[in-house]
Design a protein around this ligand. Structure first.
Ligand SMILES: [Zn+2]
Length: 349
């Protein structure tokens, strides 16, 4: 198959179901406990065509911008059979490409498929004992645990295999990744999502407030600021969260948007360190976690990175202190960062 550049066509079919898709996308995309930045994707199958979120687009913008692209289901399935990522083959207009997860959406038979990075789900999905923990909470539902596997064709093939063993499955918990929900229409998918969120809800730990004097001094250095979400300081002030973060990378978006290593600085960090960032002696990170102090963000952080940082806080605040965790391996992180970074990160708004 050759690369196909589709003409800029109407990306909004006049169908009631499509309007429902846009409404659902906006609701889900505006909930930071489900979607952070441009992650998450939703699809609708209409007359042999898969309408899938375009890579890099924000679900929150679905009603204002062209966010979905049409791909023939048969073409996606053929590309999967040939082990070719559909996102490499198609582009609409100048920039719209189907999501990296298009193949996964195609192999699921349901009309509506919803993939989110639910912070409640991920707090369970990073645990080695996730399947046993969830068996009680998801009792009565047709769900499967999917051990961590790369996005794109590997994930699609794994889901296809699980479906052949359990065709009734409509909930997939993706280890170290997130949640997939299926429904025969948007209403059914959203109702199932609400049910899962209720079952998997975790009350986040309380954490001490930030060390305001220290952070005020640090943000006195140019280019740094106090985050506008006070809860973000928990990443620095909550010892359990710091311990969890020091263990490694919990899920792909953490590595992609926040880097494979967390910039965590000791409380005794000297102002000279930040001054060094300012005068170009060292490259400043996009954010910094001060142990026992809180969090400061650099003005160069973009909206997707900031949303991911907030999501990370929401997740680690929900992970129990002594939970047995599975972190991404060095090979998995290298794979995520090596060949997918550009496709995930572009374009930002
Ligand atoms: Zn995902």
């Amino acid at each position: 198959m050759n690369v196909a550049t589709q003409p800029k066509l109407s990306l909004r079919p006049q169908r009631e179901e499509f309007a429902s898709l846009l409404n659902l996308s906006r609701r889900v995309g505006c909930d930071p406990q489900l979607v952070q930045g441009n992650n998450g994707n939703i699809s609708l199958k209409l007359d042999g065509v898969l309408w899938i979120k375009a890579s890099g687009k924000w679900l929150a913008d679905a009603k204002q911008e062209d966010t979905f692209v049409p791909v023939e289901l048969a073409v996606v399935k053929e590309s999967l059979r040939r082990n070719v990522e559909i996102a490499q083959l198609y582009t609409w207009g100048d920039e719209l490409r189907p999501s990296i997860e298009t193949a996964m959406h195609a192999v699921l038979p349901h009309r509506v498929v919803l993939h989110v990075h639910s912070v409640n789900t991920i707090a369970w999905a990073v645990r080695r004992d996730g399947p046993s923990q969830l068996s009680k909470r998801l009792a009565g539902l047709d769900w499967r645990w999917v051990p961590y596997i790369s996005s794109g064709i590997p994930l699609a093939k794994k889901i296809e295999k699980l479906l052949s063993a359990g065709p009734e499955t409509n909930v997939f918990i993706l280890g170290n990744h997130g949640l997939v929900i299926c429904g025969n229409d948007c209403e059914a998918a959203e109702a199932l999502l609400d049910d899962i969120e209720r079952r998997l809800a975790i009350i986040p730990r309380q954490s001490p407030g930030p060390e305001a004097d220290l952070l005020a001094a640090l943000t006195g250095c140019s280019h740094w600021r106090f985050p506008d979400i006070p809860a973000l300081h928990a990443l620095g002030t909550d010892p359990v969260s710091r311990m969890i973060l020091k263990g490694g990378v919990l899920y792909p978006c953490q590595a992609i948007f926040l880097g494979p290593r967390i910039p965590m600085l000791p409380f005794s960090v000297r102002l000279s360190r930040f001054a060094g960032y300012s005068n170009g002696e060292a490259e400043a990170p996009n954010y910094a976690i001060i142990e026992g102090g809180g969090v400061v963000v650099n003005e160069k952080i973009n909206s997707a990175e900031y949303a991911t940082l907030i999501g990370l806080m929401q997740i680690v605040q929900r992970v129990e202190e002594f939970a047995p965790l599975r972190y991404l391996t060095v090979t998995e992180i290298a794979s995520v960062l090596g060949d997918r970074t550009n496709r995930y990160r572009q374009p930002f708004r």
